[in-house]
Each structure stands twice: as structure tokens, then as C-alpha cells.
Write a protein that binds this ligand. Structure first.
Ligand SMILES: NC(=O)C1=CN([C@@H]2O[C@H](COP(=O)(O)OP(=O)(O)OC[C@H]3O[C@@H](n4cnc5c(N)ncnc54)[C@H](OP(=O)(O)O)[C@@H]3O)[C@@H](O)[C@H]2O)C=CC1
Ligand SMILES: CCCCCCCCCCCCCCCC(=O)[C@@H](N)CO
Length: 273
């Protein structure tokens, strides 16, 4: 049942920096082949060199592809095609590309809401949409979404960021219900503040209240956050919320399974008729 990482193809968006880079290193250390997806080519090459230091055999490959995951679906689809041609079908997709901008609601430009929604939300929809058909066909796959603690609680200064991270949760839970019968598993990570280049950038413009709220918890190391995310993706378990919702989700899952079986039966009946 757990996904075997040795020899697996893992695509990490946002894999050139911070949490994404640490996730790539963690998977590479366990024998995976990696595709890094981000915009800046220098940062991609830098990260590739760093990741390659952790190889455990001489067959492992780190592929880099530059694309903006938030702009054009057909570009993202092409990137996934290229990656699959070089390293085979994607076994695990980690949607880690994202950014944070904070400020009081009335001080944020309207364009900031559009930007965060495209990068954090659509930037997770596009790569997932591009891998899902093959995963369902192969009956193999993991899709990881990186939300945030600010994706569980709406917090001062995060009207634009929190909503883009809440959106990810809705997407992930709905998608999980669709793909579970195909042995494809979806996980969502809700990390706390983590010491990354993106976090340093965010702190330059954080409102005081946001900073004080954020300082009530400690800052995590990206290696530690990455380790947990990879572990949760390999061995899928249930969080507290999911346990409470177990009855409902379980009965919904069985509706989905029943429909799938019914459809399969009528297809067979049609063929033999
Ligand atoms: N650090 C933290 O405190 C927390 C972070 N998170 C989330 O974790 C994720 C990673 O954060 P963190 O490691 O701090 O971020 P970093 O800023 O350090 O790294 C972001 C990565 O995403 C890439 N990226 C950003 N925008 C795009 C885009 N439009 N298209 C393709 N790639 C893109 C960047 O490369 P490039 O710029 O070259 O494209 C880079 O590789 C984000 O989704 C963030 O919201 C969640 C909770 C806490
Ligand atoms: C049941 C839920 C538990 C909630 C615990 C309470 C936490 C309050 C402090 C939260 C600090 C803000 C985190 C945002 C991290 C982030 O996404 C940005 N740093 C990205 O750069």
C-alpha cells in the first residue's frame, strides 16, 4: 500500500527553493527520480546540483524544467509531457510552488488577490490536472498539496493568502473522493511558519499584528517540514478532522465506488450484448 520511492518519478513544483527543494532532497535520498519545476533557471540548476549530492545510486536523475505554473494550462501540460518522456509516468506530484503577500484588506491591491489565487490555487490545479488521467489509468499515484496553517485559520493580514490556501483544501478533498477508487491518494500539508527564502521575503512587508500572531508559534526548519510531508504522502493516514467526518466520507466513498462498479458492469453488458 505505501508508495515505493526507489525508482519512482517525483515531480516537485517550487522544487528550486525552500520547502519544495527539501522535499526533492528527501525523495532523492530515498531513491526517487526528480523533476523540478519553477521559473528561474539559475535557481533550478543550483538546486539540481545541491540535490545530486544526496544520490544513493548512479542511475538517479534530477531533471529541471522552467515554467510559470500559474499562467497557461497548455504550457504546464507540455512540461508534464516532457517530464514523462524523460523519466516515465509521474508516480508522485508535489504542488509546492506558491507565494505569500500580506497586508490589511484595504491596503492590498486587488491584483494581489488575483496573483495569489493564480499562483497558489490555479498553480496547483494545472499540474494536477495534467497528471491525473495517467495516474488513474495506472492505478498508481500520489498528489500532494501544500496549503498552510493559514489555510485552516483565516488570520489578520492574510485575506488574500488564506483564501488561496483554503481553496486548495476544497480542491484536494473533492479530488480525493473522485480518485480513491483508482488507488490514487491526495494529501494536504498545513505547515507553520518555516525558515525559507519565501518566508524571509514575506516578512519584509508583514503588518505588525500578523507578525505578533505569527510569533506565538516557533519557526520550523524546512528539512523537518519536508520530511513530514513526504512521510504523510507515502503512508496515507487520517487526521483528526477526517476521523470526525469518517462516517460521511465513508458513505460518500461507497456511493462513488458503487457508481464505478455499476458503470463497469453496464459496459461489459453492452459489449457482450
Ligand atoms: N515558508 C513558510 O513559512 C510556509 C510556506 N508555505 C507554502 O509552502 C510553499 C513553499 O514555500 P517556501 O518554501 O517558503 O517558498 P520559496 O519562496 O522559498 O520557494 C517557492 C518556490 O516556488 C517557485 N515558484 C513560485 N512561483 C512560481 C510560479 N508562478 N511558477 C512556478 N514556480 C513558482 C519558486 O521558484 P521561482 O520563483 O523561480 O519560480 C520556488 O522554487 C508555498 O506554497 C508556501 O505558501 C506554507 C506554510 C508556511
Ligand atoms: C488547527 C489549526 C492550528 C492552528 C495553529 C495556530 C497558528 C497561529 C499562527 C499561524 C502563523 C501563520 C502561519 C502562516 C504560514 C505561512 O503560510 C507563511 N509563512 C508563508 O510564507
Amino acid at each position: 500500500k505505501p508508495l515505493a520511492l526507489p525508482g519512482a518519478h517525483v515531480v516537485v513544483t517550487g522544487g528550486s527553493s525552500g520547502i519544495g527543494k527539501c522535499i526533492a532532497i528527501e525523495c532523492y535520498k530515498q531513491g526517487a527520480f526528480i523533476t523540478l519545476v519553477a521559473r528561474n533557471e539559475d535557481k533550478l540548476l543550483q538546486a539540481k546540483k545541491e540535490i545530486e549530492k544526496h544520490s544513493i545510486n548512479d542511475k538517479q536523475v534530477v531533471l529541471c524544467i522552467s515554467v510559470d505554473v500559474s499562467q497557461d494550462y497548455s504550457q504546464v501540460e507540455n512540461v508534464i509531457k516532457q517530464a514523462q518522456e524523460k523519466l516515465g509516468p509521474v508516480d508522485m506530484l508535489v504542488n509546492c510552488a506558491g507565494m505569500s503577500l500580506s497586508g490589511k484588506f484595504e491596503d492590498l491591491e486587488v491584483s494581489t488577490f488575483e496573483r495569489l489565487m493564480s499562483v497558489n490555487y490555479l498553480g496547483s490545479v494545472y499540474p494536477s490536472r495534467a497528471v491525473i488521467t495517467t495516474m488513474k489509468e495506472r492505478r498508481v499515484g500520489r498528489i500532494v498539496f501544500v496549503s498552510s496553517q493559514a489555510g485552516q485559520l483565516g488570520l489578520f493580514g492574510f485575506t488574500a493568502y488564506s483564501s488561496s490556501k483554503f481553496a486548495i483544501r476544497g480542491l484536494a478533498e473533492a479530488l480525493q473522493m473522485e480518485v480513491k477508487p483508482y488507488n490514487v491518494y491526495v494529501t494536504v500539508a498545513y505547515p507553520p511558519d518555516t525558515d525559507t527564502p519565501g518566508f524571509a521575503e514575506e516578512n519584509k512587508t508583514k503588518p505588525l499584528e500578523t507578525r505578533l500572531i505569527s510569533e506565538t508559534t516557533s519557526v520550523c526548519k524546512p528539512e523537518q517540514v519536508a520530511k513530514q510531508i513526504v512521510k504523510d504522502a507515502i503512508v496515507v493516514t487520517m487526521g483528526l478532522f477526517r476521523t470526525i467526518a469518517l462516517f460521511y466520507l465513508g458513505s460518500f466513498d461507497s456511493i462513488v465506488r458503487r457508481c464505478m462498479m455499476q458503470r463497469a458492469r453496464s459496459e461489459i453488458a453492452d459489449k457482450t450484448a
